[in-house]
Design a protein around this ligand. Structure first.
Ligand SMILES: *[C@@H]1O[C@H](CO)[C@@H](O)[C@H](O)[C@H]1NC(C)=O
Length: 132
């Protein structure tokens, strides 16, 4: 379904002429996966099942840390129910995850996603501009 195709598209668009790619070559990169606040989003399932499974799968590739940021006012119109903030060693680690994760495992995550949401997440990458 959605997570991996989204990532693949993102990666396809990050060529060497992309300033972000050049700026972050070899540097830590943050991947954000934002799940739209849909009425069916099941935070309990997501936090107790999906996050541990994904973290276990991604850590060997170079996931160095993560936070699952949960909406505190989903009913008041927050755009996202959850934002998964994944810190990767560098873009090569992300590439390894994308190309070396077995197909059946990707399929398992895609199937699992249907158990807590009905809406595709938005996925993108950011680097640190400033920090306090
Ligand atoms: C959400 O997930 C939890 C944990 O799997 C489950 O116990 C609960 O029934 C689910 N809630 C809904 C509304 O599906």
């Amino acid at each position: 379904m959605r997570l991996y195709p989204s990532l693949a598209l993102l990666l396809a668009s990050t060529t060497t002429s992309n300033p972000l790619t050049a700026a972050t070559a070899g540097a830590p990169v943050t991947m954000l996966i934002a799940y739209p606040a849909t009425p069916v989003f099941n935070s309990t399932y997501y936090l107790s099942h999906h996050v541990p499974a994904v973290a276990a799968s991604w850590t060997p590739f170079g996931l160095v840390g993560y936070r699952a940021l949960q909406s505190q006012s989903q009913t008041a119109g927050d755009p996202y129910a959850m934002i998964f903030e994944a810190e990767w060693r560098d873009m090569d680690a992300v590439d390894d995850m994308l190309t070396k994760t077995p197909d059946e495992e990707k399929q398992r995550f895609e199937e699992d996603e249907k158990r807590f949401t009905d809406t595709a997440p938005v996925v993108w990458f950011m680097g640190v501009g400033a920090q306090g």
